[in-house]
Design a protein around this ligand. Structure first.
Ligand SMILES: [Zn+2]
Length: 746
């Protein structure tokens, strides 16, 4: 059945010709027609069968950093790619990668219970029994330690939860805290716990977030089973990702390394992930106040905050060894502009077998390369150089991509035009985040890709979903705006160093939104059996990803003028400015209001003595802030963007190479060399992962976090830096516009 279905789809792809009247941005009409023909051929090449077979091979055994199968996969990738006639090689780095040698979590009072800390074999799922090769459940880069202390439940363990605890009169000083997964990236939980004086941290998967509350549990359904736990990194990546011992430089064999005790991205306290089977006796033994409603999970008992009487003994000891990384790098030299690079990557390492994360993205990436190699045999030559990467060490801390970017920073700054990233891929809708100079470009690509389930273009399906969503407050905008908005990039995959450290315009893409909700994320159950039963059983979305990203890479590498666009970009920055102003006003109003309520005795009057809450403490009223420098800069940017747009429409493809050099530089201009406060590695003035969200993005992060974290003294400097970057950007765009006009035939 599947085979027949696949053939039908292949027909549909060729029948569904894109609108030939619509010339591609950065191409002449003639070039545009030729390019469209090549792109059609490209999209006809990837097959679901290949995507599936690559997945079967790459996820056959556990393949984390330092494991035999990690190296085996890298070697296999190279030989496969060479077999297609491609120039592929391995680039090696040498990084700190701790693995646990002792893990203990036990309840010692009021009753005794020893946590199992083990994911059981499921007999129907053939790779779950590869015990000797599996990493145990743990958090990489967690501090060693041994603690016995009363337990406190801290909900998601984000800063707002500690404010609530304070009002409940509960301190975590000297305690072990237990947080549930969700609401922030996991590394934030031990970080905030340590800031509040906790001595150890447990993070468990509540069934409300990815277990039986969501769906049938594995292997009957995709949701997390009782003993399933989520491995993962807790490295303080919002400070800097990559090898903790070599911040800012590549972790090559002879690199200068920090001593271990100076590596600030290692957690301050021990932390371990546990399953809800292991968490249940601990949570059940908690006394103290009943938790607020929003803190309740889906376990069948009343949740209490503690502290105690539950007392926990926890011990964690790791091997702090260095391990090799094997990045697989493929280079296809450009025929006309070899010094302009289009880069595309997906990681190949996993926590365990990793069929979903990352192989569901890496397998389509292979199909893209196979398609390019076939087209080159038919005479296609990319104008620009194309570099493909299969990164190692993404899971522990974006190691392979960060070390590669740091090693090659100088040449990347000169040559790299765009980086496109993918990671886990599933069924449903195309999710896109990225640099807003690429928003228009990626919208155009999405209009040429067929959605396998609906046969609509993936763009149209996305747009219709936006209209269907009753929660959406911008339906009117969706109906009228030419391009669908793309999200800004925070962190959580290998684009981080490209965008935030060296300023390369970046995109992250993947299908998802239907099906599993990621219930086996970072467990031994994320494997071929799980993926082929519950995530994308036909592999049609794997093929769709290869078609999408392959088209994007090809179009970027062949364009006469790089298809960046600045009007969407400047309009988006304007919305960020409006958000910032609103944030400042709302915060001021809220603090004033709360202070007044405190004076008026509101909290005493509404206090329930059975469930007492302390009034919050009065806070200084925030000062009025001056946004004028940024407002002026955004205006300059908008005018320059309009000018570029009208120049491009008038002169089209008649560009001088100097225009592309400026376009390549445009994302670099958004960096500030000093970086963000307390984290100079992050240099982008518009996008950064939040210091207290981890993966979640903060736009105009310097100024935004100065407001959020109430560090008023920093605000003016940070706002000025963003304004200065945008002014420089406006200058560059304006000169690119002038050059376009000057280069045009009279
Ligand atoms: Zn991943």
């Amino acid at each position: 059945m599947r085979r027949i279905f696949a053939v039908l789809c292949a027909c549909a792809v060729t029948v569904q010709a894109a609108d030939p009247a619509r010339p591609l941005r950065g191409y002449s009409n003639a070039q545009s027609a030729t390019e469209r023909e090549w792109e059609q051929k490209l999209r006809a090449i990837p097959t679901t069968e290949n995507v599936k077979e690559y997945m079967r091979r790459l996820s056959a055994r556990p393949h984390h950093v330092g494991s035999p199968y990690d190296k085996d996969n890298a070697d296999w990738l190279v030989s496969k790619l060479k077999g297609w006639g491609l120039d592929a090689k391995i680039e090696t780095f040498d990084v700190l990668f701790p693995t646990p040698k002792e893990r203990v979590v036990e309840l010692v009072e009021p009753t005794q219970f020893k946590a199992r800390l083990d994911e059981p074999v499921i007999s129907i799922d053939p790779t779950t029994d590869q015990k000797s090769e599996q990493l145990p459940t743990y958090h990489a880069y967690a501090h060693d330690g041994e603690v016995t202390a009363p337990l406190v439940y801290v909900n998601y363990g984000i800063p707002a939860d500690y404010e609530q605890l304070e009002r409940m009169g509960v301190s975590v000083q000297g305690k072990v805290v237990i947080a549930r997964y969700g609401a922030s990236w996991r590394g934030i939980k031990p970080k905030v716990a340590a800031e509040h004086g906790a001595t150890a941290c447990l993070v468990y998967s509540d069934p409300k977030d990815d277990g039986y509350f969501r769906d049938d549990i594995y292997p009957n359904g995709p949701a997390r089973p009782p003993d399933g736990a989520q491995r993962g990194s807790v490295m303080d990546m919002p400070v800097y990702p990559g090898d903790p011992l070599t911040p800012g430089v590549g972790a090559t064999a002879d690199a200068k390394r920090l001593p271990l005790d100076q590596a600030v991205t290692i957690t301050k306290i021990p932390v371990l992930p546990i399953s809800y089977a292991d968490a249940t006796p601990l949570l059940k033994a908690l006394g103290g106040q009943v938790v607020p409603e929003a803190w309740r999970g889906a376990l069948p008992f009343t949740y209490h905050v503690g502290p105690g009487p539950a007392k926990v003994h926890m011990k964690l000891m790791s091997n702090w060894d260095r391990k090799p990384l094997y990045d697989v790098i493929v280079r296809i030299p450009g025929a006309m502009y070899p010094d302009e690079w289009i880069i595309r990557g997906n990681h190949h390492d996993a926590w365990v077998n990793g069929a979903d994360d990352p192989v569901s993205g890496a397998s389509p990436e292979m199909e893209e390369l196979r398609a390019f190699s076939e087209l080159m045999k038919q005479g296609w030559k990319p104008k620009r150089t194309i570099i493909y990467a299969f990164w190692d060490g993404e899971e522990p801390g974006l190691l392979g991509s960060t070390e590669w970017v740091e090693t090659h920073a100088e040449e990347l700054q000169r040559h790299a035009a765009v980086y496109i990233n993918t990671d886990a891929n599933g069924r449903g809708y195309l999710n896109i985040q990225g640099s807003h100079t690429l928003e228009n470009f990626v919208n155009e690509v999405a209009k040429d890709i067929e959605d396998p389930e609906t046969r609509l273009t993936v763009w149209k399906r996305l747009r219709l979903r936006a209209l269907a969503n009753p929660a959406s407050n911008n339906r009117a905008e969706t109906r009228t705006r030419a391009d669908l908005r793309i999200g800004a990039l925070g962190s959580g995959s290998d684009y981080t160093a490209f965008l935030d450290h060296v300023g390369i315009a970046s995109l992250n893409m993947g299908f998802g939104g239907e099906g599993t909700g990621g219930g086996q994320y970072h467990s031994i159950y994320d494997d071929f059996y799980y993926y082929s039963h519950f995530v994308d059983p036909t592999f049609m979305y794997g093929r769709a990803l290869a078609q999408t990203v392959g088209t994007a890479v090809m179009r970027l590498s062949d364009a006469e003028v790089l298809p960046l666009q600045f009007t969407d970009f400047s309009e988006t920055v304007r919305t960020y400015l409006a958000e910032l102003k609103k944030l400042a006003t709302d915060q001021r109003t809220e603090i004033e209001e709360r202070n007044r309520n405190i004076e008026d005795g509101v909290y005493q009057a509404t206090n329930d003595p059975e469930r007492p809450l302390l009034p919050p403490s009065k806070q200084p009223v925030p000062p009025f802030l001056n946004f004028a420098p940024l407002e002026n800069a955004v205006d300059l940017l908008s005018r320059a963007a309009e000018k570029y747009e009208s120049s491009l429409t008038r002169v089209g493809e008649h560009a001088s190479p100097a225009v592309n050099a400026k376009l390549i530089e445009s994302e670099r201009r958004l960096l500030n060399d000093s970086g963000l406060p307390n984290r100079p590695w992050f240099k982008h003035t518009l996008y950064a992962p939040g210091f207290y969200t981890g993966y979640g993005v903060k736009t105009i992060p310097g100024a935004r976090e100065a407001i959020e974290q109430k560090r008023w003294a920093e605000f003016d400097t940070q706002l000025m830096r963003a304004a200065k970057a945008l002014e420089n950007e406006a200058d560059l765009i304006e000169s690119a516009a002038n050059q376009l006009t000057a280069g045009a035939p009279k």
